[in-house]
Write a protein that binds this ligand. Structure first.
Ligand code: NOJ
Length: 558
C-alpha cells in the first residue's frame, strides 16, 4: 500500500509542482466541526474529520484564519499572526492537524492577511498608546484629521464594508482601514512590517505548512503622498493601471519578490496563491514564478451557467495562465459569495444582496435546477487543467442559508450598511454531518450561526448512503480526476450543438457539458462520470447527454 508520505513526497519535481493541478478544499475553521460543544468550530474538530477529506480525495486543505481574533471580520482581523485563537485550539493542536493531514497525503495551505491586522494587535495598541508622530504609529497608516483640531477625516474615502475608511483615535489622528474599523491597514513602507511578515511566513513554514493564500494581495503597496485625492478622483480616467493610490500598484510585486525568497528557503519551496481583485490582464504579475506563483481567477463566480460564458472565461484564463507560467485556478464558491448551488437556482442577473434581504424568497429559487447545474459546473471545472478550489459544504450541494435572522448576523457588512445588506453569513453556516443532534453533528451544542432544519437533508451521513448524492459525485469525480489528469493541455471541440462545451485533455479524456435543457447526442467513448444521477448500468448504455449535465468520456483515439 502507498504510504501517505509517499504520496506527499513523490519525486522532487512533483513535490515542487503539486499545486499546479491540485484540488484544494477551503475550510472556514469556525464552521467546520466543533469538538468541545461551544458552538464554534475548532482545530481538533477538523482533525476528527480528516477521514472525510481523505475519502473526498482532495490534494490540499486551505484553512481560513484560525488566529486569535475578536471576529470583527470572521477572523480576517488578526490579533497575532503566529498563534491559534484559544477558543479554537492551540499550536500543538495545529501541529496535530498538520500531521493528520500529511499522514493522508493532504497538504496544508494557511491564510495570510497582510493588508491589515486587527485593532487588538500589539503593534496597534502600542501605536494608540504612543501618540501622534511616534515611531509606533509609523507601522500603520495614521494621518492628521482635517479641521483645526483634526476633527474631520483626512479624505472622504469609503471602506469596503461601508462607512468611512478613516477612524479617529481621539487625539487628532485618524487611521486608515480599507475594511472594517477593527482592521487597521499596515504601512508596507515600514521595514519592520516587511520583516515581521517574513518571520510569520517562516514560522508556519517551519511548522510544516506547504503554502499560503494571500488575502487582499493587491492592496499592500500604497502611495499616500499629499495631496490625497478624493474618493471620486481615486479612479479618475487619467488613473491608469498601476497608478491607483492603493490598488494593484506595481511596487507591490517587490514585496512578493521578498516573499518568494523566503518560500525558496524551503524544500520543496512553499507555494502561494494571491487573492488579487485586479483586471484580468494584470493578474499574471501576481502569479509569476518570481512572485506568489498563482493567483485566483474569480471569473466563474461572476459567470452565469451558460456555455458561451464558461467557454470564454476558460479560454481567457488559460491564456493568462500561460502568460504567467502559472496554472489557472477555478473557483465556483468560497466564504465570500452566495453558494453556487443557489446562484444557479436563481434567474440570471438576480441581484443577490437584494435576494438575501428578501430572506431568499424573491425571486423563489429553483433548487432542483440549481443542484443539477452546480453538479454539472463542478464536474466541468474538475476536468480543466489547473487547480480547483472547493469550498466546504459544496461537496454536499449545500444551498445558501438566506433566512438568517438579523440578530444572528455576524458579517460586518450588516452593521456597516446599516442593515441594508446581510453579507456573507449564509455561506458560513456550520456543516451538517448527521441528520440529528444539537447542531447536526457539527458539535454537541447549538452552532454559532444557526442551521436551518432543512440542513438535515444535506447531512454527510445521509449522502454517504446514497450513490446518487452530491457527495458521492464529488468523491467519484476526484478519484477519476486523479487517474485521468496528466498534462495541462486542453483542446476544444468546436463541432458541438448550441449550449454545449466540450474539450479534450491528454490521454483520451473528454469532458462535455450540456448547459441547455434538452438532451443532445453523445460522441463515441466510454462514459466514466456523469454529474447526473445515472447508475453504472445506465452510464454504460448512455447515447444522449441530458440537459444541464456534464459527462466525462474516455476514448482511446482522442
Ligand atoms: C478577503 C477575504 O476573503 C474576506 O473574507 C475578508 O473580509 C477580506 N478579504 C478582508 O480581509
Amino acid at each position: 500500500m502507498t504510504s501517505a508520505l509517499d504520496v506527499v513526497r513523490t519525486t522532487d519535481a512533483e513535490a515542487a509542482t503539486w499545486w499546479r493541478q491540485a484540488v484544494v478544499y477551503q475550510i472556514y475553521p469556525r464552521s467546520f466541526a466543533d469538538s468541545n460543544g461551544d458552538g464554534l468550530g475548532d482545530l481538533p474538530g477538523i482533525t476528527t474529520r480528516v477521514p472525510h477529506l481523505a475519502a473526498l480525495g482532495v490534494d490540499a486543505v486551505w484553512l481560513s484564519p484560525f488566529y486569535p481574533s475578536a471576529l470583527a471580520d470572521g477572523g480576517y482581523d488578526v490579533d497575532d499572526y503566529r498563534d491559534v485563537d484559544p477558543r479554537i485550539g492551540t499550536l500543538e493542536q495545529f501541529d496535530d492537524l498538520v500531521a493528520a493531514l500529511h499522514a493522508h497525503g493532504i497538504r496544508v495551505v494557511v491564510d495570510i492577511v497582510p493588508n491589515h491586522s486587527s485593532n487588538r494587535h500589539r503593534w496597534f495598541t502600542d501605536a494608540l498608546a504612543a501618540g501622534p508622530g511616534s515611531p509606533e504609529r509609523a507601522r500603520y497608516v495614521f494621518r492628521r484629521g482635517q479641521g483645526p483640531d483634526g476633527e474631520l477625516p483626512p479624505t472622504d474615502w469609503t471602506a469596503m464594508f461601508g462607512g468611512p475608511a478613516w477612524e479617529p483615535v481621539g487625539d487628532g489622528d485618524w487611521y486608515l482601514h480599507l475594511f472594517a474599523p477593527e482592521q487597521p491597514d499596515w504601512n508596507w513602507d515600514h521595514p519592520e512590517v516587511r520583516e515581521d511578515f517574513h518571520t510569520t511566513l517562516r514560522f508556519w513554514s517551519d511548522r510544516g505548512v506547504d503554502g499560503f493564500r494571500i488575502d487582499v494581495a493587491h492592496a499592500l503597496a500604497k502611495d499616500l503622498s499629499e495631496p490625497l485625492p478624493s474618493q471620486a478622483d481615486l479612479r479618475a480616467p487619467d488613473v491608469l493601471d498601476g497608478m491607483h493610490r492603493f490598488e494593484d500598484r506595481d511596487e507591490v510585486h517587490e514585496i512578493y519578490r521578498g516573499w518568494r525568497a523566503v518560500f525558496d528557503e524551503y524544500d520543496p519551496p512553499r507555494t502561494a496563491v494571491a487573492e488579487a481583485w485586479v483586471p484580468a490582464h494584470r493578474r499574471a504579475r501576481y502569479a509569476s514564478p518570481e512572485g506568489l506563483g498563482q493567483a485566483f481567477n474569480f471569473d466563474l463566480l461572476l459567470a452565469d451557467p451558460d456555455a458561451a460564458q464558461f467557454r470564454r472565461t476558460i479560454e481567457d484564463n488559460l491564456a493568462l495562465a500561460h502568460e504567467s507560467g502559472a496554472s489557472s485556478t477555478w473557483v465556483l464558491s468560497n466564504h465570500d459569495v452566495v453558494r453556487h448551488a443557489t446562484r444557479y437556482a436563481l434567474p440570471a442577473g438576480t441581484d443577490l444582496p437584494a435576494w438575501l434581504m428578501s430572506g431568499g424568497t424573491d425571486p423563489a429559487p429553483d433548487l432542483e435546477r440549481g443542484r443539477r447545474l452546480a453538479r454539472a459546473a463542478t464536474a466541468l471545472v474538475l476536468a480543466l487543467p489547473g487547480s480547483t478550489y472547493l469550498y466546504q459544504g459544496e461537496e454536499l450541494g449545500l444551498p445558501e442559508v438566506a433566512e438568517l435572522d438579523a440578530a444572528d448576523l455576524q458579517d460586518p457588512t450588516w452593521q456597516r450598511s446599516q442593515g441594508t445588506e446581510k453579507g456573507r453569513d449564509g455561506c458560513r453556516v456550520p456543516l451538517p454531518w448527521t441528520a440529528h443532534g444539537a447542531s447536526l453533528g457539527f458539535g454537541d451544542g447549538p452552532a454559532h450561526l444557526p442551521q436551518p432544519a432543512w440542513f438535515a437533508e444535506y447531512a454527510v451521513s445521509r449522502q454517504e448512503e446514497d450513490p446518487t448524492s452530491t457527495l458521492a459525485l464529488y468523491r467519484r469525480a476526484l478519484a477519476a480526476r486523479r487517474r485521468l489528469q496528466t498534462g495541462e493541455q486542453l483542446e476544444w471541440a468546436d463541432d458541438v450543438p448550441a449550449g454545449v462545451v466540450r474539450f479534450r485533455r491528454p490521454g483520451g479524456w473528454t469532458s462535455m457539458t450540456n448547459f441547455g435543457p434538452a438532451a443532445v447526442p453523445l460522441p463515441a467513448g466510454r462514459v466514466v462520470l456523469s454529474s447526473g444521477t445515472h447508475t453504472d448500468d445506465e452510464l454504460a448504455t448512455l447515447t444522449q447527454l441530458p440537459g444541464e449535465t456534464t459527462v466525462w468520456l474516455e476514448t482511446t483515439t482522442a
